[in-house]
Structure formats: C-alpha cells, structure tokens
Design a protein around this ligand. Structure first.
Ligand SMILES: Nc1nc2c(ncn2[C@@H]2O[C@H](COP(=O)(O)OP(=O)(O)OP(=O)(O)O)[C@@H](O)[C@H]2O)c(=O)[nH]1
Ligand SMILES: [Mg+2]
Ligand SMILES: [Zn+2]
Length: 441
C-alpha cells in the first residue's frame, strides 16, 4: 500500500516534534521498558491472534514502518495507532509515552467504600480541576476507562431512569475488569488500570510551569478481597501496583468498626450504623487494621524495603462515609481546602488546613483504634488522615430483590460528595507532583 511507503525518515522528523520518554512503566504489569521496544496493535481485521492474549485479540507487533503522525503500519499496510506493552501485550494509553506519570492505589477492605469514592473523586476532579484550577482532567483513553464512565453516569446521572435509585455493584474478584495474559509462561490475571491526563487550559496563569504540571495519572480500584492475606499470588498479582505507586489511599470505613459505632451517641439514619433500619449491609469479615498490615507487608516485599526502613510512599488514611459518623469530630467547618488566589485566576490548595484536620482525626483514631495509627506511622514516613464522604448522605434501603435481599440504594440527585478530591491533591503534593498550586499556610 502506498501509505506504507512513508519511510522511517519522515517518522524521525515527526518524532523530533513530539517528546517521547525514553523509558516507561506498564500500568498493567508494571514492567519498565525502553519505549523503542513498545509494540503496536494491528488494525487489519485479518491479523487476528496474539501469542499472549489469545486468538480473539489483534496481533501485537514491533513496527518498522511509520507515518508522519506516529502511526505504524502492520503487515497488511493498515495504519495502527494503539500501543501495547512488550511484556504483557496489553494496551497502553498513548499519553503515558509523552507525559510524566503518577500512579495511585486505592486500598481497603470489602465494602469500605472504594468504588463509590473512586467514582466521586473522578467525577469531582473533572469539574474542580477545570472550574477552580484552570486544568483539564480527562480520560487518557475513553475506551479503557469505560467502567469508570459507566459508574459516573449511574451514580450522578441515574441509570435507566433519573428517578430510579441506583447502586454501584460490588467489585468482583474475577470477570471483565481483569485481563488474562501470559507472563513468563504463566497465565496471569491483571487488574484493569484507569488512566487520565492532567493538562493546563489556555487560562492557566503559570504557563512557565505547564510542562511540569502536565501528567498522566493511573489509578486502580480492586475488590477488597484482593487485599486480604494470601489473595495476591503469581497467577493473580492484582495488587502489585502497591509497590510502584507514587501514593496510596488506604480507605478505612468507620461504619464497619464497632468502636466507632458504639461511640456515636446520636442515632444515625444509615443502615450501616443502625441495624434497626434493615437492608443488606455488606461487611468485611476481617479487621481493617489487618488489611493495613497486609498492605504494608506487600509493599515491603515487592519494593524490597527492609523492616528497619520506613516506606517512602505517602500513605493517606482516608476515613470514608464521613456523613455517617461526623458527630465524632468537631471540625470548625468543612469547606473545601482551596481558595481563590489573590492575584491569579486560579485557586490554591491549602496544605496546612488539611494537616490541621488530619491531626484532629489522628486524635480520634488514637482514642478508638490506636493500632491503626501505630501500624501506619511505624511503617511509613508520611501518613495523613482525611475524612471524606463519597455520597454526602446515607443510602436508603430498597425493596427486596428476587433473593429477598434489600439493597442499599441512592437517588443520584441526592449525592453530594464531600472532600473527595482532597486525598488526590494531598497525595500529589506529598509526592512532589503539584498538579495544583499549593500554599503552606
Ligand atoms: N453513608 C455512606 N455510605 C457509603 C458511602 N460510600 C459508599 N457507601 C456504602 O458503602 C457500601 C460499599 O461501597 P463500595 O464502594 O461498593 O465498597 P468497595 O470498597 O468498593 O467494596 P468492594 O468492591 O467489595 O471491595 C455501599 O453499600 C454504599 O452504599 C458514603 O460516602 N456514605
Ligand atoms: Mg468496589
Ligand atoms: Zn505490561
């Protein structure tokens, strides 16, 4: 085909204008590789079948013919645009090639509120970054982010009809959120990452910092069961991102802790706090402190951090479902910790404000669950405590389903997240990334 004759010379001149990182980490298998080893995914319908992914997948190949736009040509001369990791053959969003990357893991016991929190955080970041910080937070690849888009639609726009209450399903330990591939000859199941890009808008007031703030962000929403002892193994290394992440959000759910529940004196209108309301309330079968211990063990093992050294990755203990237990803390107010800057058309993130509130939460945890604070602070250099509510309100108990279970549901219009962006901004700041301007007082 004539297009295929576009030679590697024109590719060289094109690549001069697009900066490509010499080395990247795969967001699926965390293999670090030189970018000239990256594979392309064939687009010719006849080139089906891949050695690692199976017969139904398009062939992966190392190209030698390129077009001026950076596309490669497969053996049938068809222009191919999608990239793949040389180790696991799974698709890599193109922005990861050009931008600095930021990996963040969301960890927590089953039903701790990870999926609701992740959905609210992404939904809010899309809005807040544009409205308050002159930045664009968007999907690095809409197809790969379909699940989070679906969750956002459901949680904030409603499912089939706007007035029908909805629920986000429990994250499964198997199914289509995992990709099966062969690594080192073993069939391996890998968790699907979600990737986003952050880039300045034309109104961004600090153009000299534009390249520093532009970045690709990868996040993971695992099933809580994957964080339980023994659940991570060679064939299902679904939480290995813990060792390579730039920050970790450990979600602690106070509604699953008896000490929190017993300390709340006012009656709470939430089936998770008040069994009299009924409903099929999901709970973890293990103590949440032991999930934290297991997480620390995995980080140490896979990042080769010896026991006498503290983990350098910032750990943020995110106390979820703040709407259900807010009576236990006496915050002066809970406004967003960012304000409009005096001389610029952007807000600034106030890290001291968050640290002050972190101290208040730390005091509460020291009183109720001292071992959680002890485990975190004995093992990690930087620990912060942040309270969030993904929904801002309690779920309602729905009608019995065909199995007689009464699900916990939300009216999308009632969902008003509280502080869900804060763990992300804080994680960025502690990891030295600064996607938003920061003031220390
Ligand atoms: N009151 C209150 N309840 C919440 C909030 N976020 C989640 N929930 C409830 O918590 C339960 C579990 O939430 P999920 O987000 O599915 O929990 P998860 O950690 O993803 O659970 P797994 O997928 O099993 O690991 C659901 O029944 C929600 O109704 C919140 O901000 N406030
Ligand atoms: Mg989940
Ligand atoms: Zn890979």
């Amino acid at each position: 085909m004539s297009t295929a004759n576009t030679t590697s010379k024109s590719n060289q001149s094109a690549s001069l204008h697009v900066k490509i990182k010499p080395q990247i980490s795969c967001p699926h298998c965390w293999h670090e590789f030189q970018t000239d080893k990256i594979l392309f995914i064939s687009e010719s319908p006849d080139l089906l079948g891949d050695s690692k992914l199976g017969d139904a997948e398009q062939l992966r190949f190392l190209p030698y013919r390129f077009g001026v736009g950076g596309e490669a040509f497969d053996a049938h001369g068809v222009a191919c645009h999608k990239l793949a990791c040389p180790n696991c053959h799974l698709q890599i969003p193109r922005p990861l090639l050009h931008m600095s990357s930021f990996f963040i893991s969301i960890v927590g016991a089953p039903a701790a509120g990870k999926s609701y929190f992740f959905t609210s955080m992404v939904w809010q970041l899309r809005k807040t970054m544009t409205r308050d910080f002159c930045m664009n937070f968007t999907d690095a690849d809409p197809t790969l982010n379909k699940r989070i888009r679906d969750y956002e639609m459901k949680q904030f726009m409603g499912g089939d009809a706007p007035d029908v209450p909805v629920a986000i399903e429990k994250t499964d330990i198997q199914g289509d959120i995992y990709n099966n591939t062969f690594i080192d000859g073993h069939l391996t199941s890998l968790a699907q990452p979600f990737s986003f890009t952050i880039s300045p808008l034309p109104s961004y007031p600090f153009p000299q910092h534009a390249s520093n703030v532009t970045q690709a962000v990868c996040m993971y929403d695992n099933a809580g069961e994957s964080f339980l002892p023994g659940a991570d193994n060679v064939s299902q290394p679904v939480t290995r991102h813990l060792a390579t992440s730039d920050a970790i959000l450990f979600l602690f759910d106070p509604t699953q802790d008896l000490r929190f529940k017993n300390t709340c004196r006012e009656i709470v209108n939430d089936p998770q706090m008040n069994p009299a309301l009924g409903g099929d309330v999901r709970r973890s079968k293990v103590n949440q402190s032991s999930v934290l211990t297991e997480m620390i063990t995995r980080i140490r093992t896979h990042s080769h951090t010896p026991p006498h050294e503290k983990i350098k990755t910032p750990i943020i203990i995110v106390l979820t479902k703040y709407d259900a237990w807010h009576q236990l803390v006496n915050f002066p107010h809970y406004n967003n910790p960012w304000q409009q800057a005096k001389n610029y058309k952007t807000s600034v993130y106030n890290i001291s404000y968050v640290n002050e509130y972190s101290q208040i939460l730390r005091e509460l945890l020291l009183e109720l669950i001292p071992d959680l604070v002890g485990t975190a602070e004995a093992n990690a250099e930087k620990v912060t405590y942040i309270a969030v509510s993904a929904t801002g309100t309690a779920p309602e108990v729905g009608q019995p389903d065909k199995d007689g279970k009464r699900p916990l549901l939300y009216q999308p219009a009632n969902i008003k997240p509280v502080w869900v962006e804060v763990p992300f901004f804080h994680a960025q700041t502690l990891a030295g990334k600064y996607c938003v301007p920061v003031v220390k007082s």
